[in-house]
Structure formats: C-alpha cells, structure tokens
Design a protein around this ligand. Structure first.
Ligand SMILES: Nc1nc2c(ncn2[C@@H]2O[C@H](COP(=O)(O)OP(=O)(O)O)[C@@H](O)[C@H]2O)c(=O)[nH]1
Ligand SMILES: [Mg+2]
Ligand SMILES: [Zn+2]
Length: 359
C-alpha cells in the first residue's frame, strides 16, 4: 500500500493492511475490478445499531450501515468485513467477497438471516477436561465451523484438574484425525503458547464454547492480563427482549484479532447442510448407497447405513447424533409459516387419529 492522503479531521493510525488481516484473496479482487481503483480498503471492527466502525491505513471512522449492491441475504456488512471506501468522503462503496462467514437465522423469525462475523481464520472450540466435554456438542460446533469455512481447533482446558487429560484428547481426535486438538492450561502463559500458531499478526480468531470452560481466561492470558472481554456491551430493550448486541474486534498482544460477539455463543444449527456433510462425510457418503434417496435410515429396506451398523463398521450412537443434527437443521431451516403449517398438519393428524379410534 502506498502512502495515502488523510481525510480531513481523521488521525493517521499506524495500522497497516497486513496487520488488519489483508490477504492475497482480497488483493486479487482489487486487481480484477476497475470500479475498485482509487478506493481505500478498511475493515469493519464494530457493528452497532447506529452503524459501523471501520479501521484501515489512514482510516478510523464511523460509517452508516452498509448493504452491498449485489443483494442477497448476506449483503449487510458485518464485523470482519472489508469495505472499499471513497477516500474523499469517506463512505463505503463496495464490500469485498468474504472467504468465511458465520451467520444464523435470527431467533423466532422467518427467513431473516443474521450475520455474525466475516473473514474469520480460526475458531477455537473450547471445552474442558471435565463434565462439559461432550462429543455431540463438539460435532455441533465443528459443523458450524465447517459451514462457515473457518478452520476449527479444539481447545481442551483444565488439564490440571483432570485425572487423565490425554483421554479427552484421544476422544476429540477420534472425531477427525486431521483435526487440531490442543490441551491447554488456560491460566498459564506457558499453556496458551500452544495457541499462538493461530494467533499471529493479522489472523482473525473467535472462541466458542459453554460458559465456564475458560474462554475469558484464555483471552486474558493471550492479551497479557488486560481485561478486554468485558468491554462488549449488551444493548437490551426495557423488557430484555430483542437483544441486539454490539459486536467488536479486539487486538490480542500477538497481533491477532479477536471477534467477541455474543451471537457466537448461541448459534443454532440451520442452513448447515454443507457443514454436516463435512463433519459426517463418512455417513453422508454411505447414505448415497441407500436404496431410497429419502431414506431415513430407520426401517427402510436396502439401507446402507443400517447395514454398516449391523456389520459393526460404524458407530450407531454417532449415526443417532448425525440424524438429530440433520433433523434440527431441517426444522430450523423452515420458515415460521412452514413450521406453523407443519404443526397444524400434525395437530390435524392427531385429531383424525383420535376420532378414528373413537369410531
Ligand atoms: N485450573 C484451571 N482453571 C481454569 C482453566 N481455565 C479456566 N479456568 C477457571 O475456570 C473458571 C471459568 O473460566 P472463564 O474463563 O470465566 O470461562 P468462560 O465462561 O468460558 O469465559 C475461572 O475460574 C478460571 O480461572 C484451566 O485450564 N485450569
Ligand atoms: Mg467468559
Ligand atoms: Zn438409509
């Protein structure tokens, strides 16, 4: 990036594109579109009701919300997005294509999609070597990570409190031999060193996991004891409903960017077909060989999944967990209207069945 003139009234921050997580992936986009010439890249570091906060070389400013002209349900700029600004105004003109995106269906609504974070490199799926450790939950988080196209790393905390911490590593590793699984004492600086390969300059990371597993502790240790996580503001309305939470990007001491968004903590599974097909690749491949294309792998003849269970080739419990996530994805993928229609149809069916019995 060459030296740029500073828009009047803004300070010249020392941040470089590299430090902000700029990649060849974005540079290539600039190169192919003439409309992008002369525009200035900046990254969305906060999303608030009032708009966006963006940071870039020579840019540190608030902007109104931005919706990409391409449209679609992911057109709103979200935290981690790269925008191209008009250097004069400054105002956002374009949004660059993302290499990863966490999104979810807004709870309790129809098809409305809520974007959570874009251009995240790594998701640390945190669980502890204790009661919290749960394979089904790990599979759920892995599915969300794969769907978003973000690299997952399983972080197992509290090894110091467990009798046999290695047994947790083995169980997590059994999910996927290629998965990175790290055993980390979150309270010790020497422990969190293991996460540094994913926390280099310009890397964007996010921590997910249940409450109490050590996410804040990890972040605190990674930031050299600065309390930054508590800065996230919750904007509740008077009745505590419709919680719109502020989402922010913080810099860790190592130069990585931490996405701290409450939305990540309550991600429901929906529109994660691709993610499920990665995490359960063996099962979805196998189901291609079922006689019926809509096989529910229950009692259908010619079910390749059931046959593989009977031959002892696959784990029946894992198949159950897979079916449960597939069903949840399908249910959440329906609009509210469809869900209502479905439960109405179900209600009618039950009534008819009861009447039939009476007769
Ligand atoms: N002994 C031990 N305690 C830990 C470890 N990680 C977290 N803790 C403790 O577990 C509690 C919950 O951690 P916290 O970071 O608040 O969890 P969060 O809810 O995921 O953010 C705190 O008291 C931490 O000090 C660990 O690796 N070893
Ligand atoms: Mg916490
Ligand atoms: Zn089947």
């Amino acid at each position: 990036m060459t030296e740029q003139t500073t828009p009047e009234g803004t300070q010249q921050p020392s941040v470089t594109l590299r430090e902000l997580g700029w990649k060849p992936f974005f540079q290539h986009q600039l190169a192919v579109d003439e409309a992008y010439i002369g525009l200035r890249p900046a990254r969305v570091t906060a999303v608030r009701r009032s708009g966006l906060q963006v940071l870039g070389p020579g840019v540190d400013t608030a902007l109104p919300p931005f919706i990409d002209a391409e449209g679609g349900d992911s057109a709103n700029a979200t935290i981690g997005d790269w925008l191209l600004l008009d250097p004069e105004l400054p105002t956002a003109r374009h949004m660059l294509e993302r290499f990863s995106l966490f999104k979810r269906r807004a709870p309790g609504t129809g098809r409305e999609v809520q974007l959570i974070a874009a251009n995240v490199d790594t998701v640390f799926i945190v669980t502890s070597c204790s009661q919290d450790f749960n394979i089904a939950r790990l599979e759920r988080y892995l599915t969300l990570a794969r769907q978003a196209e973000v690299t997952p790393v399983i972080v197992l905390t509290k090894p110091d409190l467990a009798d046999d911490p290695e047994s947790y590593v083995e169980q997590a590793q059994a999910l996927d031999r290629a998965l990175c699984v790290e055993l980390v004492n979150a309270t010790q600086e020497a422990g969190v060193q293991r996460l540094l390969p994913w926390c280099g300059r310009g890397q964007t990371v996010v921590f997910v996991g249940s409450s109490g597993v050590g996410k804040s502790t990890l972040v605190k240790t990674l930031t050299g004891q600065q309390q930054i996580v508590t800065q996230a503001i919750r904007e509740d309305d008077a009745k505590g409903r419709h919680t719109t939470s502020s989402r922010e990007l913080y810099q860790l001491e190592s130069g990585a960017w931490l996405v701290d968004t409450p939305g990540m903590r309550e991600l429901a599974l929906s529109d994660v077909k691709e993610g499920l097909d990665v995490v359960f690749a063996d099962l979805s491949d196998l189901s291609q060989h079922c006689r019926f294309s809509d096989c529910a792998h229950e009692a259908e003849p010619g079910c390749a999944v059931k046959e593989a269970i009977e031959r002892g080739e696959i784990d029946a419990a894992r198949v159950q967990r897979w079916k449960k996530l597939v069903a949840e994805d399908a249910f959440n993928g329906q609009s509210l209207v469809e869900r209502r229609a479905q439960s109405r149809a179900l209600g009618k069916m039950i009534k008819t069945a009861i009447k039939g019995k009476r007769r």
